[in-house]
Design a protein around this ligand. Sequence first.
Ligand code: FAD
Ligand code: NDP
Length: 460
Amino acid sequence: MPAFDFDLFVIGGGSGGVRAARMAAQRGAKVAVAEVAAMGGTCVNVGCIPKKLYSYAAHFAESFEESHGFGWKGEAPTLDWELLRTNRAREISRLNGIYVQLLETPGVTIVRGWARLNDAHTIAVDNQTFTAKNILIATGGKPVVPDIPGREHVVTSNEMFDLDPFPRRLLVVGGGYIACEFASIFNGLGSQVTLIHRRDKLLTGFDEDVRSFIASEMAKTGVNLQLGQEVAGIDKTTDGLLVHLKNTGQGSDASFVVDTVLYATGRSPNTAELGLEAAGVALGKAGAIEVNSQYQTSVPHIYAVGDVTARVQLTPVALGEAMVVVDALFGPATGKAARQMSYDFIPTAVFTHPNIGTVGYSETAAREKFGKVTVFRSDFKALKHTLSGSTERTLMKLVVEDATDRVVGLHMVGPDAGEVVQGFAVAMKAGATKAIFDSTIGIHPTAAEEFVTMREPVKG
Ligand code: FAD
Ligand code: NDP
């Protein structure tokens, strides 16, 4: 009789958990995954995928407008919000089914319900218990809303996809990924959007030029940006939600009414009610599970990956971390070396309108890390907008380490920036120098060719 029910028990069927469970099962391990909600986790159900679908929906608004300059005539169609919601929900349930299939095909046991650790080898899910040689915690995170008066009236990104009715007037609080993306998306879909952020610039940690540029582009699209502002409280009235501001400086109203208030003020790791203490798993700062470079917690056979470790909260990072765990426990795929994660040069996109794509270091971070750097920057009107009538501009920026000529930062604000930057990220992982960028032939006419034709530095 085997000593344990499973070789690996995964808690959480999100990005990291599903990847680890199915890859471990494909390597011949006996695996179970417990999931309390819909399979696929945040990314599939209330994150990346529905968000990107709504972003596509929102882009049509500007496309209709821009088409006039290209000779298209006629009234812009109107949005059927209910139809969009229905179509999105159908696609997400199709994906939920695919995730179940991805697990069932290699033989993963799916356990439905809330899992908690009774001890370092025993997992309870409702009234069932299971034992496992190894455990992976991949429980993700949840939105955090600060304790303001009227907190009960606000929603988080989880609720935004199914709002009913459509919010004609939307307030977004926060200046990070979610705040900027949802402000852009709902603005495109037809809401009157105000974004309030406590700092003077959006997107802390991003390149300073990107931060200024995206604010100016978002404002041009009609998002009312109130920077250096905070919400004092929210009252429910018959006309909607009355929002009171703290800093009522020039140009800002002391209070105003909206239909919906979205708080996008960060996320915290899901570590409560997991029995971590019973199992001896230690938490680090901000309640995240602490792990070493192999994702082992303070209990070596209990691993943790993804948002619950509150490192880099991105789906491809959770997937990469899951693969490291699987390779370490069950060996790498035939003919391959065991995977390791590197947190350098992780590309990322913010799906604002226009998009932001970035890989490597901001200019400020590069100066701190590498000392002398040279900066190349281009800010231009894309060819499409010579006829579209849009005033949108595109920003591209390269940061080059002087000592090695290596391109250590690449930033773009412009259409499809995520698509453009993904390819450049490969070159940068490979250590591409500015000389290699310069010797690369451009694809004409594209915006992306600008990255290989920037010759004159703007700053040493
Ligand atoms: P999750 O995917 O959150 O999965 C955790 C799972 O564990 C959940 O399904 C949960 O129900 C389950 N669970 C929790 N506790 C228990 C328990 N005790 N028992 C059983 N089940 C449990 N990342 C990108 O790379 N690109 C994007 O465009 C992007 N957009 C985003 C948009 C939004 C609005 C949000 C919120 C996030 C977005 N992210 C994006 C981040 C991305 O979704 C996360 O980084 C990713 O989902 C993390 O994966 P995970 O496996 O750690 O956790
Ligand atoms: P972020 O950490 O990106 O942003 C949180 C924002 O809220 C910051 O602007 C922060 O301000 C502000 N904030 C925090 N606390 C308060 C407070 N008490 N009052 C007012 N403002 C506050 O978190 P998000 O929730 O936007 O997203 C979580 C993570 O999910 C992201 O970091 C990202 O990793 C991932 N994600 C990825 C996406 C993508 O890949 N496209 C899309 C969406 C999410 P300050 O800057 O001052 O700290």
